[in-house]
Design a protein around this ligand. Structure first.
Ligand SMILES: [Zn+2]
Length: 171
């Protein structure tokens, strides 16, 4: 990601120690600020807004339509989470890790419809997974560590509402 494309508040990252602290009190700029009516439908993913949060539910006819925060992040390609998996991967291990990540995403987004993978990019000796939320990178990182050991580090930039999680393979 090119720095120039980021909003100014993203540029000053604050470093914090790795951990699983909750940052839910920190404001996500993509969170819905205005009031939505119960039953509002996201026309892109089909999530339905109900009593303050988005859920997977049947839409009623004639519902209001509004894009959810996850779809807006996907459309803007502006992740809240970036998980970088560093190591030397063959195609087989790459496929295995991507499958594992997708499995974690499926499990996560059943309960939390706005927590999703935006994209998976294969770089030289790394896999980069961008997400719409700050929880999924940790969940996937933890699953990769359970499967392959290695080390996890984490940086949370509160001002930019961006978490960067890095997994490094043991050598
Ligand atoms: Zn949506």
């Amino acid at each position: 990601m090119k720095q120039a494309n980021l909003p100014p508040q993203r540029r000053a990252a604050t470093r914090r120690t790795a951990g699983y602290a909750q940052e839910d009190h920190v404001l996500d700029p993509y969170q819905q600020r205005g009031k939505l009516h119960n039953g509002t439908l996201c026309p892109q993913c089909g999530a339905v807004y109900h009593e303050g949060r988005w859920r997977w539910a049947p839409a009623s006819g004639g519902a209001d339509k509004s894009l959810c925060a996850a779809c807006r992040r996907i459309n803007d390609n502006l992740p809240a989470g970036i998980l970088k998996l560093r190591g030397i991967f063959g195609q087989q291990q790459t496929d295995e890790i991507v499958r594992l990540a997708r499995h974690q995403e499926d499990a996560e987004k059943q309960e939390h419809p706005l927590n999703r993978i935006i994209g998976v990019e294969e770089e030289e000796e790394a896999i980069v997974i961008k997400t719409t939320d700050i929880h999924l990178p940790r969940r996937i990182g933890a699953a990769v560590r359970r499967a392959f050991h290695g080390r996890l580090t984490e940086d949370f930039d509160a001002a930019g509402y961006l978490v960067r999680v890095t997994w490094t393979v043991d050598r």
